[in-house]
Ligand binder design. Structure first.
Ligand SMILES: [Zn+2]
Length: 77
């Protein structure tokens, strides 16, 4: 059985369907039993879906916005 940490490490491959059948099964088994990871995967799916729908330019803007926010937070300390 996978640990939550292993599941998180495999999550993007899982969402991109890059895992082997065996790996996919162990992820699914873990998700069936672990509410927190289920919620995490759901969140990842939503995020991925939103990012796919955004035009590339907006993703770049989001990146620079995130960088600005990080900078602001650094200055406030
Ligand atoms: Zn878990």
């Amino acid at each position: 059985m996978l640990s939550c940490k292993e599941l998180v490490a495999n999550s993007s491959d899982f969402l991109d369907s890059l895992l082997s059948l065996r790996q996919r099964l162990s992820v699914r088994m873990h998700l069936a039993m672990c509410y927190r990871c289920r919620r995490f995967i759901k969140q990842m799916r939503l995020t991925q879906g939103v990012l796919r729908r955004l035009p590339q330019r907006q993703i770049v803007e989001l990146d620079s916005l995130a960088a600005k926010l990080a900078e602001l937070r650094r200055l406030q300390r």
